[in-house]
Design a protein around this ligand. Structure first.
Ligand code: GLN
Length: 537
């Protein structure tokens, strides 16, 4: 079958969960045996979100091929298990850069370069994934960031309009809107949805399917009203009510026939409804999990989205261990020697989060000292691992001034140092050690056992600094083992203290590769250990 294209846009307000709906559509089509990919087009001018502050943009998700992307790609991967690449995350900045580079190269000699057709053509080319050869896809789902009516998303809408026309039945437009409930009137209001669809129609796009986000159930008469005002079939008006877990969304959508409606629009026989057994088993486990495990997340960004993949990885690992993971954010800037015990009281495990820069690192170091000396299961990720290493140097190896060259370039004991190949780099964007690299595990280590006996694993990175091999022997002698090494560059990727219950730090980010159906072994074992340390309720 030739590739079909699904476009997902959003109206009324932002933060409706377009990413979750796109990921759910992907999951449902995949369950029917189709080969699917999901890509996101963001209308901002940055080339990628790599240089954005998490307060602006939440977590930066890294693909295997080293692209820094939007956190929605994390949802796509967790829901579907597909591996996204740099082709799955496009920004206005990248579109313009390609066109401008081409103009400088002389590719358009004699022509005036304009938004239409040059920018829109480049958007279309990317929406059709013309750079991706050899990929045999049945469906490409394209989510467009932002909300209908934003000035900056107009070229994307124009590209979709043209593609709809060009592709005919091979393209479907799904529009996500919001139906607010007005408490004073005790009424649900469809007017914003009607306006949003009108705006879309004004751009020449007739949505095929409407997904209405709502906090209250919409009855059939409501749906019928929307259907008739918006020129959409009744069976194509689907509601997405608030649910306790985002992972319930695909089955809710399936029950209302969202995937079947898409197939009908395209003209593909609908066939039997897939049972989605593994997914439903997972949901059942999630519903059944009664006990709780309390985990502290020690970081400096006090917002849900900043550590999205870590939170999801902890939740998923909890569900597979039959517990609900309760995450307690602990701001590392507020941790001091005097209060660390109180700050970490009530948790059975601690995650030391990734991050950049000086702010909040001393609190992280105090936390790692406390958990190491009190044998509390601790998982250090990227900067978190580096903090474990620094703490060990200061308090066990006796180098009181040990630090990372990132925080103090002049430290005499640079146990974390800048990588050689990073030293000559002056550009900030996309220049870190990014993407999946090989790591050789040391047989006999806990980590080796956890990966099921595999000797070489591949995990994703996003950092500039590294463990300084000059100190490796001292660490090993004193009990912190280097149990994962990148064979090509001889870089230490994993440290563990085998004498403790669970004290592991990874220079890579295992959270990027934990999915609903394949939770990551490190998170699984970390939570399992924490559960074992939790008293029965
Ligand atoms: N700032 C550290 C580095 O660049 C760690 C980065 C991270 O935690 N992602 O090496």
């Amino acid at each position: 079958m030739n590739t079909k294209y699904i476009f997902v846009t959003g109206g009324v307000v932002s933060s409706l969960g377009k990413g979750i709906i796109s990921a759910s559509i992907g999951k449902l089509l995949q369950a029917r045996g189709f080969k699917v990919t999901i890509q996101k087009f963001d209308p901002y001018i940055n080339i990628d979100p790599g240089t954005l502050n998490p307060y602006e943009h939440g977590e930066c998700y890294v693909t295997e091929d080293g692209m820094e992307t939007d956190l929605d790609l994390g949802h796509y991967e967790r829901f579907t298990g597909i591996h996204t690449t740099r082709h799955n995350s496009i920004t206005t900045g990248r579109i313009y850069k390609t066109v401008i580079d081409r103009e400088r190269h002389g590719d358009y000699l004699g022509k005036t370069i304009q938004v239409v057709p040059h920018i829109t053509d480049e958007i279309k080319r990317r929406m059709l994934r013309e750079d991706e050869h050899g990929e045999d896809l049945d469906f490409v789902i394209t989510e467009v960031g932002g909300t209908i009516g934003d000035i900056e998303s107009a070229p994307f809408m124009e590209a979709i309009r043209q593609l709809r026309w060009q592709l005919g039945r091979d393209a479907v437009c799904v529009h996500l809107t919001y139906v607010p409930y007005l408490k004073a009137a005790d009424e649900l209001k469809t007017k914003p949805t009607q306006h949003s669809v009108k705006e879309l129609q004004g751009m020449g796009i007739q949505p095929d399917i409407l997904v209405l986000r709502t906090e209250r159930h919409l009855d059939d008469s409501m749906r019928l009203k929307v259907a008739s005002f918006c020129n959409v079939d009744l069976e194509c008006v689907v509601q997405s009510e608030d649910v306790p877990s985002i992972y319930e969304v695909p089955v809710r959508m399936q029950r209302q026939g969202l995937d079947a409606a898409i197939l009908r629009k395209i003209g593909i026989p609908v066939g039997e409804t897939p049972t989605m057994k593994p997914w439903n088993n997972f949901l059942q486990k999630q519903r059944d999990a009664a006990r709780e495990v309390h985990i502290a997340l020690v970081g400096k960004y006090d917002l849900q989205d900043a550590y999205k993949s870590i939170r999801e990885s902890l939740n998923l690992a909890g569900i597979y261990n039959d517990v609900k993971t309760k995450i307690h954010f602990v701001n590392s800037e507020e941790i001091a020697e005097e209060n660390v015990a109180e700050k970490l009281s009530g948790v059975t495990g601690v995650v030391i989060c990734p991050g950049f820069g000086q702010r909040g690192i001393e609190g992280k170091i105090i936390a790692t000292e406390y958990t190491r000396t009190h044998d509390i299961p601790t998982f250090g990720i990227c900067l978190g691992m580096q903090m474990m290493v620094i703490e060990f140097a200061r308090n066990v190896l006796g180098y009181k001034d040990a630090n990372s060259a990132e925080m103090n370039p002049d430290t005499p004991h640079n146990v974390i140092d800048m990588m050689e190949e990073q030293k000559s780099i002056t550009e900030m964007g996309g220049t870190m050690r990014l993407g999946a690299y090989e790591c050789e595990l040391v047989p006999g280590s806990r980590t080796f056992e956890l990966y099921g006996g595999e000797t070489v694993i591949k995990e994703r990175h996003r950092h500039r600094y590294e463990f300084n091999n000059k100190y490796k022997e001292e660490y090993e002698t004193k009990g912190m083992k280097c149990v994962g090494i990148n064979p090509a560059a001889d870089l230490v990727e994993i440290v563990e203290i085998p004498a403790l219950k669970w004290y592991i730090g990874t220079q890579f980010h295992p959270e990027y590769s934990s999915t609903v159906l394949r939770p990551h072994p490190l998170f699984m074992d970390f939570i399992k250990t924490c559960v074992n340390g939790t008293a029965e309720a």
